[in-house]
Each structure stands twice: as C-alpha cells, then as structure tokens.
Design a protein around this ligand. Structure first.
Ligand SMILES: Nc1ncnc2c1ncn2[C@@H]1O[C@H](COP(=O)(O)OP(=O)(O)OP(=O)(O)O)[C@@H](O)[C@H]1O
Ligand SMILES: [Mg+2]
Length: 358
C-alpha cells in the first residue's frame, strides 16, 4: 500500500487541532511570501460551515482526519477524489457520511464486473406509448457520486465514468447532456490487485484531483470504533448516529468564491512549478507531473490555505498537499519499482531537494 507517513493536513477549521505535520504558525508579521495588507479577510462563517461538515462526518467515522480534510478540499475545488485503502478501513462509510453531512444530491454506484456504461451514464429507452426514444438519466446525474470499488468494473464502464468526470457532461446518441453543478465523484478502490480487478488506466488517473490513502487506524482510534459499536452504533443508519446535512450547494459555491480570492505570491507559484519540474527530472520516474498537475497543486494548496484561515498561500500549504495531489500523477520506472522505490519516496526526495522560498 502506498501509504505515506505525513498525510495532508490532519485538521482544519477555526477550532481544529494543528495539522499532523509541522506547518509553520500563521505569521503575525507576514514574511516575504505573504502579500500582507492586500490579503482579503476570509469569511469565518463559511469556514465554520465547512468545519461543521467535518464534525458531522466524525459522528460516524473515527479518525481518518487527513482523508476528511482532503474530501473537503476537493469539494472546495470541485475536484474528484480517488480513495484507496485495504478492505474495512471505512472508505464506504466515510463517503456515505460525507453525503449525509451535505445537503446535495448524492448517488452511489457499486461497480460490479457486469455493470454496463449505460448503467452509469444513462441510456435511451423506447417509450411504446409515444413510439419515441427518450433519455433516462443514469446515476451520474447528481452532485456527489460515490463510485464504490471502481476497479472491479471492466475498462469500458470505467471509461464512461472517467469521460463524464472530465467533460462534466454525458453524450448519448450525439446529444450532450450537462451534469449538475457541483458534480464531484468520490471513487473507492482497494490497493492490492485482487483477482478480477481492473486497474484504472494510468493516463486517466490525473482526472482525480486528489488521491487519498486511508491507513489502518491507530490503536486508540480502533478502540473508539469498537466502543461505538459496543454502544449500539449502526453504520447502516447514519441518521441514528446523528449525522445531519449542514452545508448545501450555496455554501459550497460561496466558499469556492472565497478560495479564488486567496492570494499566491510569485515565489510560491515558482515553488509549485519547481516541485513539479523536479519530478520530471527524477531518475526513478518514467512520467513526471504535467502542467495540469501543477495547476491542481496550486488549487488544493489554496483551498487548504483558506481552510486554515489565511488569505494567502505559504510554502507549507504546498508541501502539505504534495503527496495527495501528485502521488497518482507520476509513474515509476520498472527498475525503480523493483528496487522498492515508491511514488511517495520520490515525492519526499523532491520535497527535500527543491529550495523553499522563505
Ligand atoms: N475509522 C473508522 N471509524 C468508524 N468505523 C470504522 C472505521 N474503520 C472501520 N470501521 C467499521 O468498519 C466497517 C467497514 O467499513 P467500510 O465498509 O466503510 O470499509 P471499506 O473500506 O469500504 O471496505 P471495502 O474495501 O471492503 O469496501 C464500518 O462500517 C465501520 O463499522
Ligand atoms: Mg467499501
């Protein structure tokens, strides 16, 4: 499993605990990378709403803070998420809880070996009464789509979803049909190659803004999971667990607007570019991060800066988002893989070698 010891920021929001990895304290006197007085004051109420989403999810899911933060960042960026973890680490529970905490249209598709593209996107059905074909919308016509166990379905069906993700529309019989806004896919997959799984095509992985890896829980978290079960927690009944919808499309749209006002200095832009360029020079990689990947890192760092209560992006924000934003956008050389090099270790090397603007 490509698990990484320093996942993205573990917590966000005004009342949040500090992130798991050392992030520099919010500078009182802005350093050279902070635009200073021109930085806008981000909206505290909106940030509170997003912190409330995390609280609701926490009523069902114990720990996994980095993944919860990642999902909130993806909502802020309107990006899709690939959620990876061994069976039983609450991938499905996490996404179901997120849906329950949002006042959005949500649908869930279990990707089975016999699922057809039309089962995802929709298809033309014949109406005998009018003697005409009409389009019956598939489950992609929603705001938040849980694509569960995406690597258990054959490539043709995967492709139909990946196309809808990229184009944000579905074309059936030559007619394009736009998907709702927001349209965010959270796909889950198991990391190990079980029999009967179809790995997602590497070239299409960068349609996911983030790849979040759910680790096995720490002992104290696992104990809490069991304590909740002992006290009667039923993972199938999230309402009974008290998970309530606390944010809707409107709040998300306004928060997104705030994020676009987060400032990024020339130095920090340069840092993002240098990190991505360094991956292209890594001897262990057959494929480095593309410019699209660089724009993704900028977007996720910005959303994290906003969640952390800042109106500007610091190099620490960028560092915190490097692994989840870039780990699936690089391809290892076969020799490197044999030597035990992983995408995570290459990204660590890159982070250690690129000078940080201070
Ligand atoms: N961190 C956690 N917090 C709360 N419950 C948990 C946690 N981890 C595991 N569980 C429990 O384990 C159950 C299994 O989780 P879930 O079905 O979401 O796993 P999954 O990762 O989707 O597994 P699979 O890959 O087999 O689909 C949950 O319903 C819950 O009862
Ligand atoms: Mg599952």
């Amino acid at each position: 499993m490509s698990e990484h010891p320093t996942p993205p920021p573990a917590d966000a929001g005004a009342t949040a605990a500090p992130p798991a990895e050392p992030v520099a304290p919010t500078p009182a006197a802005p350093g050279p990378v902070a635009p200073g007085p021109v930085a806008p004051r981000p909206d505290e109420a909106l940030r509170g709403t997003l912190a409330a989403v995390r609280t609701e999810v926490g009523k069902a899911v114990v720990g996994q803070d980095a993944a919860v933060t990642g999902l909130v960042i993806a909502l802020l960026c309107r990006g899709h998420v690939l959620l990876e973890g061994v069976p039983g680490v609450a991938k499905t529970l996490l996404v179901r809880s997120l849906s329950a905490a949002l006042d959005l249209g949500t649908k869930r598709v279990q990707f089975t070996p016999d699922l057809m593209p039309g089962d995802v996107t929709g298809s033309l059905v014949y109406d005998a009464r009018t003697a005409e074909f009409s389009f019956r919308e598939g489950p992609v016509f929603t705001n938040l789509l849980l694509a569960d166990e995406i690597n258990r379905t054959p490539p043709k069906t995967q492709a139909s979803l990946l196309e809808a993700m990229e184009e944000r529309q579905v074309t059936v019989d030559g007619t394009p049909r736009p998907l709702p806004d927001p349209f965010v896919v959270v796909a889950t997959q198991n990391p190990v190659e079980y029999e009967g799984t179809y790995p997602l095509p590497e070239a299409q992985l960068d349609r996911f803004l983030l790849k979040l890896v759910l680790p096995l829980p720490e002992r104290h978290d696992e104990l809490e999971v069991l304590a909740r079960h002992a006290a009667g927690f039923d993972p199938r009944d999230l309402r009974a667990a008290g998970v309530r919808p606390v944010a809707g499309a409107d709040a998300l749209a306004r928060a997104r607007e705030e994020v676009t006002r987060v400032q990024v200095s020339r130095e920090v832009l340069g840092y993002v570019v240098d990190l991505c360029r360094a991956t292209r020079e890594s001897p262990s990689l057959a494929l480095g991060v593309s410019p699209r990947g660089a724009t993704a890192l900028l977007a996720t760092s910005r959303a994290w800066a906003w969640l952390s209560g800042r109106g500007f992006v610091t190099p620490d924000d960028v560092q915190a988002l490097v692994h989840p934003t870039l780990r699936h956008r690089v391809a290892l050389r076969a020799e490197a893989e044999l030597e035990g090099v992983s995408a995570e270790s290459v990204l660590d090397t890159v982070l250690a070698s690129v000078p940080v603007p201070r």
